[in-house]
Ligand binder design. Structure first.
Ligand SMILES: *Cc1c(COP(=O)(O)O)cnc(C)c1O
Length: 469
């Protein structure tokens, strides 16, 4: 054992070797950091020798150096690869919160690259040569698309709810229906956010039924706001009743100090009801009915970056913009660029809309999915004979806590590997392929729904499946 330890080459010698220098160049890692990797590899080997667990080539042997550098290479790949990786989402759920919700359009991404890699007029008026406001960039587009008097953007919709309650209803009463005290995704609760904001929650009605008179009875001089929350991620069935926006607008307008604010959750700028998909009200409709303020997410059905969009009365938006929290919750230039890029598609209309991946994937026809799925299976059969598969009719979910009742008809590839279980195949697809691939498992079968897969990704998917075999 001692002779083995003695024969271990010293660090300074290995640093001078050709391979070490080559690694610095090849991986772009400086001497200091590469030496740290080398030392830890040597330590690891020393430890194995001490534990009588070293079965590799003996130090001094030519192959031993090979072993060191091969271990270094593994360690480099491990330490210097991003943990945030691309994933092909073959689940068919288009707004998968765990997989990053909406993906951006090419144009939006291009705009982010331009703005992030250069200086920009983020807070600068080019005409006047003086300081400007970052709010202006997307405000006009939002106004145009929603008909709002004014608008602003914060970090996400949860932040929008928070700043609105904090800035406009601190220490005052906010009336909410018990049927709308929802919890959304990772522990965001309307009741908790309200508590944090300092607004006093006044719950009215019951879980399944709230009437206009429930609101009427709760109104008093301390009331500052009536809040309607979109029950985004669940659907109540049976004996239910809620008060619609028009009635709540009418009620709140009878009390001068009362603001009517609607948290729309996803919020849509395009009317998917035209295609019989869900029953989301378009943002402009809600504002037209007289809501003083609305807020909605940037990365749900809108198809943009994570953001919270607030639109409504100028007087109220001005108060929000001036509040200290506006600075705390403000968005970065990259978000603004992504949002501007996304909103521009809506502003141009029709043909441009399907450039937004979310919109395209929601509207793709069953017929097109059928053709794509059949072509996919044919190509897969050519690439590999390790699978058994069939095409079955199924449904895709919208996901992301939106349109829970909507089931979009689709075609699903049900697939089994001839040797591996479905669990094992799914695990290998997640961990062994680049990009990683996420699929559904049902009845011991892998299920892939191409609705959430782009045509470019289809090729990668076939390649990954063939390589796995
Ligand atoms: C999703 C959602 C939120 C939170 O929005 P984020 O953009 O995820 O912060 C708030 N309210 C409702 C009703 C929602 O559906």
């Amino acid at each position: 054992m001692k002779h083995l330890l003695k024969a271990l080459p010293p660090v300074h010698e290995l640093q001078k070797s050709e391979r070490f220098v080559l690694f610095m160049d090849q991986f772009g890692i400086d001497q200091f950091n590469l030496t740290a990797i080398l030392s830890s590899v040597l330590n690891e080997i020393r430890q194995l020798i001490l534990n009588h667990e070293w079965w590799g080539p003996e130090p001094g042997n030519e192959l031993f150096l090979e072993e060191i550098f091969s271990r270094m290479e593994q360690s480099i790949h491990h330490q210097y690869s991003y943990t945030l990786k691309n994933v092909i989402n073959a689940t068919g759920t288009i707004l998968h919160t765990n997989l990053g919700r909406a993906r951006l359009s090419e144009q939006a991404v291009q705009h982010v690259i331009e703005v992030a890699s250069q200086y920009s007029n983020l807070e600068y008026k080019l005409n006047e040569g003086e300081r400007g406001s970052r709010h202006t960039h997307v405000e006009n587009l939002i106004k145009k698309l929603t008909g709002a008097e004014a608008a602003m953007v914060v970090n996400n919709n949860a932040a929008a709810v928070y700043i609105i309650l904090r800035a406009l209803a601190n220490k005052k009463e906010v009336i909410v229906s018990r049927g709308q005290l929802v919890e959304i995704g990772g522990s965001f609760r309307i009741s908790s956010i309200m508590e944090e904001s300092g607004a006093r929650l006044v719950e009215v009605g019951t879980t399944n039924k709230t009437h206009l008179y429930d609101y009427e009875r709760a109104l008093n001089e301390e009331t500052r706001m009536i809040l309607k929350v979109h029950t985004s991620n669940f659907k109540m069935m049976g004996f239910t009743e809620s008060v619609d926006t028009a009635e709540l607008v009418k009620l709140s307008s009878q009390h001068e100090q009362v603001i009517f604010y609607e948290d729309l959750g996803s919020g849509v700028l395009y009317d998917f009801r035209k295609h019989r998909i869900g029953d989301e009200p378009v943002v402009s409709e809600v504002l037209k009915m007289g809501a003083n303020l609305v807020s909605f997410s940037g990365d749900k059905l809108l198809g943009g970056p994570q953001a919270g969009i607030i639109a409504g009365k100028k007087e109220l938006i001005d108060q929000l913009k001036k509040h200290q929290l506006a600075r705390v919750l403000r968005v970065d230039k990259m978000t603004l660029a992504a949002l501007e890029g996304t909103l521009m598609h809506y502003a141009k209309g029709k043909e441009e809309l399907t450039k937004i991946p979310i919109v395209r994937d929601l509207l793709v026809s069953k017929e097109e999915l059928k053709q794509r799925t059949e072509a996919f299976v044919t190509k897969l059969a050519e690439a590999s004979d390790s699978y058994r598969y069939s095409i079955i009719e199924g449904t895709s979910q919208v996901g992301g806590g939106t349109m829970p009742e909507v089931e979009l008809p689709t075609y699903v590839i049900a697939l089994t590997h001839k040797q591996y279980t479905a669990e094992k195949t799914a695990m290998l697809l997640r961990t062994q392929s680049t990009p990683a691939i996420v699929v559904r498992i049902q009845r011991e079968e892998i299920q892939m729904d191409l609705r959430s897969v782009s045509s470019e990704e289809e090729e990668l998917l076939i390649k990954a499946l063939a390589e796995l075999a």
